[in-house]
Ligand binder design. Structure first.
Ligand SMILES: [Mn+2]
Length: 402
């Protein structure tokens, strides 16, 4: 059968699991079992595997779970459900808890999914009725739902959110992860370069969004980093514009925020371009140059030791000095999640990947400008992963001529 997922070497997942146990023990002064739940069949039809579960297993199978139990040997058990054989014709073959699964995932043990509850209860009992899970307060999602669900399921067991500890793993990307980032940026660059010269010929935001999606997905029919935001004029002044359904307006700015993924790792790139291919609107060009200047400041100052606040202070200054409002932060961490979980009190350090996205939003004037790049923090500064995607006035005009 075809095994999906596993974007990284098995040794990486093994090392991550071992380190997770160590981080939890250290923070809570005792070993606590960690439970991570994978998405079900229904959810996997429309979305990707949960990034927390993916991070520790690389497992793309539905109805899977991971229990890391520091009190038991074997420590790491991957729970799988081969599913109902009568469903194979509907949903395809699933990886069951067998020798093949143990080998391909490199876990200490595999077990049937129906044993999960009993095994979790036993593991928690050995840890003084404690169990660790991950939930995100700021961006609720699948693990947060699971946290609430298991809290109800496990009476008498204290559930501990260990996301604050585990983010310290996810914030630092290794060489293999960075290779995937480069690939995601490359797919995104090619998609944008193919779409830019088409914009003056297109009529609707949805055409632009569809072309981007087509270019991203024809490489690998995987998930997008997020649904593209394609806002013509006023749409570009709505930060999370979800509609992409309005006519393009010649001579107006068009804001496109999108990204492909590769190996699960996200690109997150915004370009704002003139829909006729030329920056001949004076006001737009003036705001564009201002945002571009702030984007350059962000890149220049992103280096080890710099805090998020320091970077914000430097990069937003020209926008604030010009009398505009700062509506959002300059950057967020990027990884398997486009807004990767992170501890923002930690200053920048080599291996971190962050966005650099100043913007000016003028709903009263009917447009917004954001220029967003992705930066890899290096030993001495940063590597702009998106540097080959045009962004100066001259480079965008040239790219739009095709
Ligand atoms: Mn972003």
């Amino acid at each position: 059968m075809i095994i999906r997922g596993l974007a990284l070497p098995l040794t990486t997942y093994r090392r991550r699991r071992a380190q997770a146990s160590r981080l939890i023990s250290k923070a809570h002064e005792r070993p606590i079992p960690l439970l991570l739940i994978g998405c079900d069949e229904h959810r996997l039809r429309t979305t990707r595997q949960d990034p927390w579960f993916d991070y520790y297993t690389g497992c793309a199978e539905p109805e899977a779970a991971l229990l890391i139990d520091p009190h038991q040997t074997p420590h790491d058990t991957l729970f799988l459900d081969a599913g109902d054989p009568a469903r194979i014709v509907w949903d395809g073959k699933r990886l069951g808890p067998d020798a093949q699964a143990k080998r391909v995932h490199g876990v200490h043990a595999v077990a049937p999914h129906h044993d999960l509850l009993a095994r979790v209860q036993t593991a928690a009992k050995h840890a003084g009725h404690r169990l660790a899970m991950c939930t995100r307060d700021r961006e609720p999602g699948f693990q947060a739902e699971q946290f609430a669900l298991w809290k109800k399921k496990l009476r008498g067991i204290t559930l501990i959110n260990v996301e604050p500890q585990l983010v310290h793993q996810r914030m630092y990307k290794d060489a293999n992860e960075i290779r995937w980032f480069h690939q995601a940026m490359d797919i995104t660059r090619k998609g944008l370069l193919a779409t830019l010269p088409r914009i003056p010929k297109l009529k609707m935001e949805c055409e632009v969004a569809s072309e981007l999606v087509m270019h991203y997905r024809k490489v690998a029919y995987g998930p997008l980093a997020f649904p593209p935001i394609v806002g013509s004029g006023i749409g570009g002044a709505t930060l999370h514009y979800p509609h992409n359904d309005q006519p393009l307006q010649r001579g107006r700015p068009l804001l496109m925020d999108s990204g492909a993924t590769a190996g699960g790792y996200c690109a997150d790139v915004t370009r704002t371009v003139p829909q006729n291919g030329t920056f001949n609107n004076k006001r737009f060009k003036e705001i564009y140059e201002l945002v571009l200047h702030c984007n350059a400041l962000g890149r220049k100052h992103a280096r080890p030791g710099v805090t998020r606040e320091e970077l914000n202070a430097v990069a937003w200054k020209p926008i604030i000095d010009a009398g505009f409002i700062r509506h959002h932060g300059l950057s967020h961490h990027i990884g398997l999640d486009v807004h990767d979980p992170a501890d923002y009190s930690v200053p920048l350090a080599p291996g971190m990947v962050i966005s650099n996205e100043p913007g000016v939003y003028l709903p009263d004037e009917g447009f917004g400008v954001r220029i967003e790049d992705d930066l890899l923090i290096t030993a001495t500064g940063c590597d702009e992963l998106t540097r080959r995607i045009p962004k100066t006035v001259a480079d965008i005009e040239a790219a739009m001529r095709g």
